[in-house]
Design a protein around this ligand. Structure first.
Ligand code: NIG
Length: 383
């Protein structure tokens, strides 16, 4: 069953063809087979988007969707002047351990659906709120029900009352053995109050030896060794990158590690915004992601993230859209998403505006009109 999307006022391809005005796009068996301008070819089914802008589906390369509990009070305290600290993660660990698989599955699926409605067609989901062998294995399993990009984040924080070195040893051995068969990625939180560089190196290399790709939470709450470590180990992505020294920028520009910015986190924790301009101008590949989690960034709105990236990270709208699509794909080492053309996945977002700049120009307005994942419109219509 072929489907043609017609009446596309502006089609952003992120290919050598650039942006096409007055365009159409043909999908078949979950993939794009053809794009063009002018009169559209015949197809089994036709969707007319009436002059709206169509962009590649958003690729959210950093989320923590599997959790229970609520930290609205912690957020309110922060808005009243309290600082964000990594220790808050333990509040969510307690609530998550107490929840059943069925409860967690319902909560995570609702958040995934919220993200889909926000235009997120590809998503990475981390564990990290279990912090025992049994709990991390079930959280990674629940994440893997939502996405092929499930990440084992046993090294999120040292759980209350546990010795740090003994915990790292557990993460690298029994916890990894239980989680690795269900995950694609391993991650760690390199930060004062979480894990130091040696501990993160031990965790990531153990994961690599178990066949997982590596990613790292780096330089979120202050300057530190995380970015350098991520580049040294060849991580797919260094995430946060809020506090960057000159050496960090040079390392990111010299290597393949993607710099992933999570500005909704800096918004929600009242941190300074990263100097994305410096990183982009140095030549590094950048991505944008929501970091949806209950502590530091409880949003699934990539539109909001794009607006922050333009307003406060001084990216152009074009750079921000590219980072939220193609950049996320690079960070997940996925070459089938983040662009639209023959061979790409048929993941697209129809924006209820003549151009994607409206995501920034009209902040907070729900402009995501239709979301097509693998050729299926709004999840109802699988060809
Ligand atoms: O990416 N930095 C570590 N993890 C999350 C925060 C998790 C939490 O506060 O519950 C983050 O910001």
């Amino acid at each position: 069953v072929t489907t043609v999307v017609t009446g596309i006022g502006r089609l952003v391809t992120h290919t050598a063809r650039g942006e096409l005005p007055g365009a159409w796009l043909v999908m078949d068996r979950g993939h794009v087979v053809e794009v063009g301008t002018g009169s559209a070819p015949a197809a089994d089914r036709r969707i007319d988007v009436a002059g709206r802008c169509v962009v590649p589906g958003f690729v959210d390369s950093h989320t923590h969707l599997v959790f229970a509990g609520d930290r609205a009070a912690e957020f309110a305290a922060r808005m009243a002047g309290a600082p964000y600290a990594a220790g808050g993660i333990n509040t969510t660990i307690a609530a998550t351990r107490a929840a059943s698989n069925a409860e967690l599955r319902t909560l995570a699926a609702a958040r995934r659906e919220e993200a889909r409605r926000a235009g997120i067609t590809t998503i990475e989901v981390k564990s990290g709120y279990g912090a025992t062998v049994v709990d991390e294995a079930r959280l990674v399993g629940l994440a893997a029900e939502l996405t092929p990009d499930a990440t084992f984040l046993g090294a999120h924080v040292v759980p209350a009352g546990v010795d740090a070195d003994a915990y790292v040893e557990l993460v690298c051995t029994d916890m990894l053995a239980a989680a690795a068969p269900l995950a694609r990625w391993i991650d760690a939180f390199c930060e004062v109050g979480a894990f130091d560089a040696d501990q993160c190196r031990a965790v990531l290399t153990a994961g690599r030896d178990a066949g997982l790709g590596m990613r790292l939470h780096a330089n979120q709450l202050g300057p530190g060794p995380g970015v350098q470590l991520a580049v040294e180990l060849g991580c797919a992505s260094a995430d946060h990158c809020t506090y960057l020294a000159d050496d960090d920028v040079e390392a990111l520009a010299a290597g393949p590690t993607v710099a992933t910015f999570l500005p909704a986190t800096d918004f929600s924790t009242r941190q300074p915004y990263p100097d994305a301009r410096r990183v982009i101008d140095a030549g590094a590949t950048v991505a944008l992601a929501t970091n949806c989690n209950p502590g530091s960034s409880y949003t699934t709105s990539m539109s909001f993230v794009i607006a922050l990236a333009v307003r406060d990270l001084h990216m152009t709208a074009e750079e921000a859209l590219r980072a939220a699509t193609l950049g996320g794909g690079r960070s997940l080492q996925r070459d089938d998403v983040g662009w639209l053309g023959p061979g790409s996945r048929a993941d697209l977002v129809v924006i209820d505006a003549p151009g994607y700049e409206h995501l920034v120009y009209r902040p907070g307005v729900p402009l995501i009109h239709d979301v097509i994942i693998g050729g299926a419109v709004d999840g109802h219509d699988t060809p």
